[in-house]
Design a protein around this ligand. Structure first.
Ligand SMILES: Nc1nc2c(ncn2[C@@H]2O[C@H](COP(=O)(O)OP(=O)(O)O)[C@@H](O)[C@H]2O)c(=O)[nH]1
Ligand SMILES: Nc1ncnc2c1ncn2[C@@H]1O[C@H](COP(=O)(O)OP(=O)(O)O)[C@@H](O)[C@H]1O
Length: 205
């Protein structure tokens, strides 16, 4: 099955939504899709979030996340440095505000990979943003991917699957759904959506 798009954007035609938010349940393949898109198109800018989660093997500070402790995260909030933040499965995650606003001001497409709560906050503060939901081909496949990744303990997997039920139920709040059957197809469709939202042409790369 190819990636499919569903839904239409409620954004008025005179507003250019340059900010794109990608959300979806843990294990659906968000990081994989984004990594593939950036491999093919290294010029695409992705916001790097701050998190209190501990790094997984292979994750690098400043590349995958800014890994901070609770005290540092509190400071980011207190100083108004986060565009949005949320607690997810026992850790906090937030989008550094300045870097995103700088990119938007320069007219570049911007991608945020954040959870449902963050997507809702962005929708409130930036109604022109386009919200893209990444859905699994099936529930069983989501469980297989999350378990097969092998990065979380069984109780953390359980928490993430509980959150996944809430997230899947919120799909209709998003402008578009992409079903992650093929990483390459989804990455291409996501880039096209980002470029179109910015008033730029979609590519076939
Ligand atoms: N609200 C919010 N969510 C974030 C941010 N960065 C990452 N997330 C989300 O936090 C959740 C957990 O991320 P992570 O621990 O990396 O696990 P993974 O997405 O399953 O690989 C995912 O839904 C991410 O999209 C952020 O800056 N803000
Ligand atoms: N289209 C796909 N088909 C099969 N496996 C996939 C696909 N996309 C991602 N995966 C695998 O699923 C697991 C979870 O992907 P990941 O990108 O870490 O998800 P997320 O960032 O949404 O939590 C990884 O092991 C990844 O290799």
């Amino acid at each position: 099955m190819a990636a499919t798009s569903r839904g239409t954007s409620p954004v008025p035609p005179d507003v250019r939504p340059r900010l794109t938010v990608l959300s979806g349940p843990s294990g659906v393949g968000k990081s994989t899709v984004v990594a593939h898109m950036r491999k093919v198109h290294p010029e695409v800018w992705l916001s790097v979030s701050a998190t209190t989660r501990k790094p997984r093997p292979g994750e690098r500070n400043g590349i995958h996340y800014f890994f901070v402790d609770d005290e540092e995260f509190d400071k980011l909030i207190a100083n108004g440095e986060l565009l949005e933040w949320a607690e997810f499965a026992g850790n906090r995650y937030g989008t550094p505000r300045r870097a995103v606003l700088d990119r938007l001001e320069s007219g570049e497409p911007v991608l945020l990979e954040i959870d449902l709560q963050g997507a809702r906050l962005v929708r409130q503060s930036m109604p022109e943003a386009q919200l893209v939901f990444l859905a699994p081909p099936s529930w069983d496949e989501l469980v297989r991917r999350l378990t097969g990744r092998g990065t979380e303990s069984p109780d953390v997997i359980e928490r993430r699957l509980t959150a996944a039920k809430t997230e899947l139920a919120a799909e209709a709040e998003f402008d578009t759904t992409l079903v992650n059957t093929s990483v390459e197809d989804v990455a291409r469709e996501l880039l096209t959506l980002m470029l179109q939202a910015s008033g730029l042409r979609g590519t076939d790369g």
